[in-house]
Structures are given as C-alpha cells and as structure tokens.
Design a protein around this ligand. Sequence first.
Ligand code: GLA
Length: 403
Amino acid sequence: MTRPPKAGVEPRPEIATELRDAFISTWGGEPLIFRAPGRVNLIGEHTDYNDGFVLPIALQYSTWVAIARRDDRRVRFRSQTVQKTAEFDLDEVDPLPRHDWTDYVRGLAWVLEAAGNHLVGADMLIDSEIPIGSGLSSSAAIEMATGYGMLTLAGAAIDLDALATAGQRTENVFIGVRSGIMDEYASCHGVAGHAILLDCRDLATRLVPVGTDTRFVVANSMVRHAHTASEYNTRRDECETGVVTLASVLPGIRALRDVSLAELEASETLLDPVIFRRCRHVVTENARALRAADVLEAGDQAGFGALMVQSHESLRDDYEVSCAELDLLVETALGIDGALGARMTGGGFGGCAISLVRQDAVERFSAILAEKYEHSTGIAPTMIVAEAGPGVGPGPDGLGFDR
Ligand code: GLA
C-alpha cells in the first residue's frame, strides 16, 4: 500500500489579495503587485558560469511583492515569510551583506543604482510560495520581483536581460556567490509550457515545449549541507584553472564551453586529476543539455530520461556536488515504475532531485518516493509537480492592482 503524497507546496491564487490587504494594514496606501517565479533546471548543471547551455523552466510558484512609492529615498520592506522588517536609505546603501534575506533587496537596489538607475523610496511587503533554501531559486525570485517593482516605481523602461544581469551581479559582487545567470534569467523569461534552452554566453534562447504525456516531479531532500557557497565558488575556480591550462594547447578558448570532449581528453596529462574531472563534467554536460533540448522537442522522453541519469552520475562522480540524500532520492526514483529519468537539480549539496515521470504514474510515483525517502532518512520530503509558467511581471489582472 502506498500513502498519498506528503502535502506538497501549493501555489496560492489568493496570495495577491492577501498581500494587498496586508500591505494596506502594514504600510497604508494602495500598492502595485508584482511576482517573479522560482525555477527548476531540467538539465545543464554548473554550465552557466562556463558560458554553456542550460535548460530550465520557470515554476508555477512565485515570490510576490506589494510595493508603493514614498516621497523620500527610504526603502522599507517586510517579509511575510520570515515575519521580519528591514529598511535602508537609497543614498546610503553600504555594500556589506548581512547574510540574510535582506541582502537580495538591499544588494539589488545597490546594483541597480550603480548601473545608473535612479530609484525612488518605497514600502514593500513580500510573500512567497517558493520554499526557501530548497534550490528552487527563491533568492532569484525575490530579486527579480522587487527589482521589477522598484524599476516600475522609478518609471524606468524594464530590460529583462539587464534586470537578470543585475540579479547575478547582486549574487556575485554583493553576496559573494559567483553564480551564473540561469536562475535570474529563468525567473525573468519563463514561458508557460516551455523549457528555455539558454546559451549563457550571448543569452540566445530556444523555447522547447515540455511534453504532455510525462511530468517533472521535484522532490525536496529538505537538507542543505554547510559550505555550499564556498564549495560552489571552489568549483568555479577549478573550471577557470582548467581553462588557463587548456589555453596553452587550445589558444583562443575563453571558457570550457569552447572545449570538446576529444580536446579535453587529449590534454588529460596536463591537468590535475581533480581539475580534469571537473572539466569533463562541464564539457559533457554542455553536450547533454544541447542533446536534451533536441530529444525533448522530438518527444523522445526515454532519451531525455537517459540524459538525466548521465547528468546525475557526472555531477556525483566528476563534479562532486551531490550528497547522500540526493543520491538516495535519485536511486529510489529510478526504481519506481513510471520513472524515465532522475537527477539532482540546482547547485547541489542538498536541495531537490527532479524526475521525469509518465503522466499516469505521477501520483503513485510521488507517494512511493516520499515514503521510501522518509523511511530511510526520517525526513519527509515535499513533492511538487513542476508546471512551466510565465516569467516576472505584474500581479494578476482584473484585481485593480495594475495602475
Ligand atoms: C545555482 C546557481 C546557478 C547555477 C546552478 C548550477 O543554482 O545559482 O547559476 O550555476 O547552481 O547549475
């Protein structure tokens, strides 16, 4: 017997109305409402900061912001999720992270001002459907929602690529994680029913419809291991070290994206064995992401699933960013009827695993995976069935919010 799936995370259609009412009682005045989604990456992991290819979808879960203009340059903001309030003055943003949720708002304001935008003071109330710290990019979503709101209040024309880049810069320069562009890009440019094949070198995209006879089931391991940010930065350093060495025999390369597997293998003896394996992950993962877009488009679900499995093995063995809990989720998922593939998704060291599952098997699959994971670890995972949704924008029309 299988139990019903653990209560997953539900999108809350009423969140905009609740947020507006809460805004009025917290700050007073009628706010504008904006939302930006989280994302899940189907394949192409740790390739974005190597100028490579990723294939994310924007999720049906968003971070929402209610925002209204002030007459001064103060920004007051409150998170309904953590029930905390913070504020700063746009003329005195110190570029020092506090290492908490407020960094995303303060850091983004600092980056946007430094990029030449003249923001105006604002009151903001923020709420989210995206589980925090789950690897579904709640941080990119808060950046993109508040950034979109602040730019709108300032009367600025919104360039989504510039907004995504400002979010990446917030992570890189303000917070100190040298992440790529994938999370913010997906949160900005999501398209319902589609994955985005993104070339992280020039931000060229190809939209790929996600199949209708299979679903992507995302299981949250509910763990997040220590040193995730420093390990992430170490991986990026290792890739850069690899490029410097490989450039001695492959002049003109700028990033691992420019290296083929044959070229890498021919240079193996030049590289430290760990660096070689890191590079091999990136080079093969790039090829898998490109191939995956083609097979998804062609409706070859089994082919896509096989690429997911290879991706996980490469992330586990060559890149070493998986962990026992993610390996357990993936291995368990692959043993359940209806699963066509599974892998860790996101930065790693915890967070989520994603499985490609036959539509008719989704409910049973989710229940069994949750039960087995809980049985082995004592931890109940939250499960979601991913829906590819739209990117950042104004809140729901027809509620009188969009002025
Ligand atoms: C994190 C980063 C992304 C990307 C992934 C790994 O989510 O924020 O830029 O590097 O890890 O693919």
